[in-house]
Design a protein around this ligand. Structure first.
Ligand code: NAD
Length: 347
C-alpha cells in the first residue's frame, strides 16, 4: 500500500523517519511516496502548497505528515487552484486541511503508567473541528493600523458534520459520553449555533451520554478531574488549545497523536509543532507521530497491528529505561525508536 509522506521541517524529518521505521517493522509492505510541500514545493512548482501535491494526496488517500513551521504575523498563503480560483489560508498546514476537505481532527490523550503521574488513568479524545472557526483567515485591518478584526465562521452544516462524527466515533470506539466544549455565553451566535446543533444531534444517539461545558471550565476540569471526560467535541481553536493541554497533562507534547480526516483523504500528524528549539539534535520524542501512525493502521483496517504497535510504545515508555529527554530520560530519537522496534519484534 502507498502512503504519502510530508516530511515537514524542524523536528518533522526526524520524527517522520522514526515513524517510517516502526511501520516498516510491521512488514505490511508499505511504499512511501514523497509529497513536496513548503520550501521544496516552492523550488519545484513555485508555490508552497501546489495542486500537484494536493492531487497526489487525493490519489493516495492516506499520508503521514511532519509538523511545519509557520511565520508569526505573516502566515497568509495564497493558493491558486487549477481552475484559476484562489483562496487565502493562514498557513500551509491549514491550506492542506482545507483543500482536501479534512474536517475532523481526533486527538487522543491516554495516560501512561510510570510516565503520566496523577494523569496515568486519563483517557480523553479531543475531536477538533478543523474546517471553520477562527482559523478561517477572514481577517482585516480597520482604518489602517488602528484596529483589526477576525471572523469566527461557524456553519450549521459544519457543526452538524463534526458533532455527528464525534458521536459515530464514540460508538465505533466503545466510548460512553460526548462533551461539547464551547463559550456560548460570550459568543452566543457562533458558539450558540455549535451548541444548539450538538444538542440536536445528541438526540439521535440516546445510547451515548451527552453534556456541554464552557471551554474555560473544560480546561479546569481536565486538570482537576479528567475522569469526568471521555470524548470532547469542540471548535477549531478550542480543540487546538485543549489538545496541547491534554498532551501536557499526560507528560509531554511529544505524546500527542492526531489526524486530519475528511471524505477525500486522511493525514496523520502529531498535535505539536516543529519544535525548532530541539530540531536537528536527534532528541525529539517521536511517540506523537508513531501513535498517529497507530491511528493510520486502524484507519486502513489493521487494528491488530495498531494494537501491537501501541502496546510496544506503551511498554517501552512504562519501563522507562529508554525514554527521551522531554520525559526525563536521556535516549535519542533513534535509541527510543530502536527500543520500540525490538519490543514489536518480540510480540
Ligand atoms: P511546538 O509544539 O513546536 O513546541 C512547544 C514545546 O514542546 C517546545 O519546547 C518543543 O521542544 C516541545 N515539543 C514539541 N514536540 C515535541 C516532541 N515531539 N518531542 C519533544 N519535545 C517536543 O510549538 P511552537 O514552538 O509554538 O511552534 C513551533 C512551530 O511549529 C511554529 O512555527 C508553529 O507555527 C508551528 N506549528 C505547526 C503545526 C503543524 O504543523 N500542524 C502545529 C503547531 C505549530
Amino acid at each position: 500500500m502507498k502512503i504519502g509522506i510530508l516530511e515537514g521541517n524542524g523536528i518533522g524529518p526526524e520524527i517522520v523517519a522514526a515513524t517510517k521505521k516502526v511501520l516498516e517493522a510491521c512488514d505490511l509492505g508499505f511504499e512511501w511516496v514523497h509529497v513536496p510541500i513548503a520550501q521544496e514545493a516552492v523550488e519545484l512548482y513555485g508555490t508552497e502548497v501546489p495542486e500537484q501535491s494536493l492531487d497526489l494526496l487525493r490519489e493516495l488517500k492516506v499520508a503521514i505528515k511532519g509538523p511545519m513551521s509557520v511565520e508569526k504575523m505573516k502566515g497568509r498563503i495564497l493558493l491558486t487552484r487549477k481552475d484559476g480560483t484562489s483562496h487565502i489560508y493562514p498557513s500551509n498546514n491549514n491550506a492542506i486541511r482545507q483543500e482536501l476537505n479534512c474536517f475532523a481532527c481526533p486527538r487522543p490523550a491516554r495516560g501512561i503508567p510510570g510516565i503520566s503521574g496523577r494523569y496515568e488513568n486519563m483517557d480523553v479524545v479531543i475531536i477538533r473541528e478543523i474546517s471553520e472557526g477562527i482559523y478561517s483567515a477572514i481577517e482585516h485591518r480597520i482604518q489602517g493600523d488602528l484596529a483589526s478584526e477576525a471572523v469566527k465562521l461557524i456553519t450549521r452544516a459544519g457543526a452538524e458534520r463534526i458533532c455527528r462524527w464525534a458521536f459515530e466515533y464514540a460508538i465505533q470506539n466503545h466510548r460512553r459520553k460526548v462533551t461539547c466544549s464551547h463559550k456560548a455565553n460570550a459568543i452566543s451566535l457562533t458558539d450558540g449555533l455549535f451548541l444548539e446543533t450538538f444538542r440536536r444531534v445528541a438526540k439521535d444517539y440516546p445510547e451515548i451520554e451527552s453534556e456541554d461545558l464552557m471551554v474555560d471550565a473544560t480546561a479546569y476540569y481536565l486538570v482537576k478531574d479528567p475522569k469526568r471526560f471521555d470524548v470532547i467535541v469542540t471548535m477549531n481553536q478550542y480543540g487546538d488549545i485543549l489538545s496541547d493541554l491534554c498532551a501536557g497533562l499526560i507528560g509531554s507534547l511529544g505524546l500527542g497523536a492526531g489526524a486530519n480526516i475528511g471524505q477525500e483523504c486522511a493525514i496523520f500528524e502529531a498535535c505539536h509543532g516543529s519544535a525548532p528549539d530541539i530540531a536537528g539534535r536527534g532528541i525529539a520524542n517521536p511517540t506523537s507521530l508513531i501513535l498517529s501512525a497507530v491511528m493510520l493502521l486502524r484507519h486502513i483496517g489493521r487494528p491488530d497491528m495498531a494494537d501491537k504497535v501501541e502496546q510496544a510504545v506503551r511498554a517501552v515508555l512504562t519501563e522507562g529505561r529508554t525514554i527521551t529527554r522531554d520525559l526525563g530520560g536521556t535516549a535519542t530519537t533513534e535509541e527510543f525508536t530502536g527500543a520500540i522496534i525490538d519490543k514489536l519484534r518480540l510480540s
